[in-house]
Design a protein around this ligand. Structure first.
Ligand code: NAD
Ligand code: GDD
Length: 328
């Protein structure tokens, strides 16, 4: 029998890629989102445009049997969106409502289990003050102290999915994603994360010119390429381990190093201009001991290999915009 999957957030970055991956595996896929994917035609067999904050819509889209359900829809963005404080109420209300509605609908429709995408933003701020030694082991989550309301919502929702496992016999799976990047992700407009923002700024800069960086650039992060994110997501969904588990890269770099790699890929010499901006935690890195133990797999691709593909795509978007502006 053909396997079936429901992907909530299929108009977004990770959801759009996940639909393609599941189609390659032979699934029948229903995608759901407020919008169609902005950069490529959806490959979903069925795509429902609607609002997952509406519980009746959630009941409608779960009206058939699904072997796998992926819940990726959320009100989210990079540091420029979640750390300014301006969207806190929306982020908490919108994402929590989506998760409450989808769990209720799936449990009532006897869905066996759902995959939920939490975030490294739920880890305590006090363990991420030293850029060289952040602690993001799964068991460091409590006492809780995320530095953003986005992180608090993720923590609440993680607990909600696991409570449905205990009280309703579901087999929900929870991953904590660490900064995922790749082609067809948001690259401008304010919600873009550092890898996409840096690729855009480098593509727009002239050789020898300036590139604006928020903060002093010594803050650290790790970035996971989309293909490995999908691999971890699917492996966890089909495993006997409920999580929460990190899905991220252990290749920690400073933001200054990120800029240097992208500039090198672009073949440009650039001057980093450090300016004030929303910063988030000082340091963050994935800890992949648990995923290695439980799934017998962990990400291994280099940051540079993912950035090469991502820069190529973003440079094309920048060039396309310039050509359209000239023609107009
Ligand atoms: P994204 O913003 O590209 O995709 C999220 C999608 O959810 C969007 O297309 C949006 O339209 C949709 N959505 C929002 N509200 C909705 C609603 N009310 N009804 C229906 N659809 C709605 O984000 P992404 O990068 O693809 O992230 C997917 C998931 O992974 C999110 O839950 C996010 O919090 C989580 N996550 C992502 C990262 C990352 O680095 N990309 C890191 C940690 C966690
Ligand atoms: N976005 C962005 N744009 N960040 C920049 C820029 C820029 O032009 N210049 C420097 N930075 C710095 C930010 O100040 C921050 O310190 C660091 O780069 C990383 O920023 P982001 O990639 O935007 O976000 P994040 O790593 O703090 O959080 C992201 O990852 C989480 C999971 O690990 C967000 O996408 C969260 O939504 C996600 O859950």
């Amino acid at each position: 029998m053909t396997k079936t999957a429901l992907v909530c957030g299929a108009g977004g970055f990770i959801g759009g890629h996940l639909v393609k991956r599941l189609k390659r595996e032979g699934f029948w896929v229903r995608g759901v989102d407020l919008k169609f994917p902005p950069f490529a035609e959806t490959e979903a067999d069925d795509f429902a445009v609607g609002d997952l904050r509406d519980q009746y819509f959630c009941r409608q889209i779960t009206d058939r049997r699904f072997d796998e359900v992926y819940q990726l829809a959320a009100d989210m963005g990079g540091a420029g969106y979640i750390f300014t404080g301006e969207h806190d109420a929306d982020v908490m209300h919108n994402s929590a409502t989506i998760n409450l509605n989808m769990l209720d609908a799936c449990q009532k429709r006897n869905v066996r289990g759902m995959f939920y995408s939490s975030s490294a933003c739920m880890y305590p701020e006090h363990n991420q003050m030293d850029p060289n030694n952040p602690n993001c082991a799964e068991d460091s989550a409590y006492p809780a102290n995320p530095d953003s309301e986005y992180g608090w919502e993720k923590l609440f929702s993680e607990r909600l999915y696991l409570a449905y496992n205990r009280n309703h016999g579901m087999r929900n799976r929870v991953a904590r994603y660490h900064n995922i990047f790749g082609p067809e992700g948001t690259w401008d407009g304010g919600k873009e994360k550092a890898p996409a923002a840096v690729c855009r700024k480098v593509a727009q800069a002239t050789n020898g010119g300036d590139v604006d960086i928020w903060g002093d650039g010594t803050q650290t992060r790790s970035f996971l390429f989309i293909e490995e994110c999908l691999e971890g997501t699917i492996r966890l969904t089909r495993s006997d381990f409920e999580g929460p588990v990190n899905v991220g890269s252990e290749e920690m770099v400073t933001i200054n190093q990120l800029v240097d790699i992208v500039a090198d890929i672009a073949g440009k010499k650039l001057h980093k201009k450090h300016i004030p901006g929303p910063l988030g935690v000082r340091g963050r890195n994935s800890d992949n001991r648990l995923i290695g133990q439980k799934l017998g797999w962990k990400p291994s691709a280099t940051l540079r290999s993912g950035l090469e593909k991502t820069y190529e795509w973003i440079e094309r978007q920048v060039r396309g915009n310039k050509e359209r502006a000239k023609a107009a």
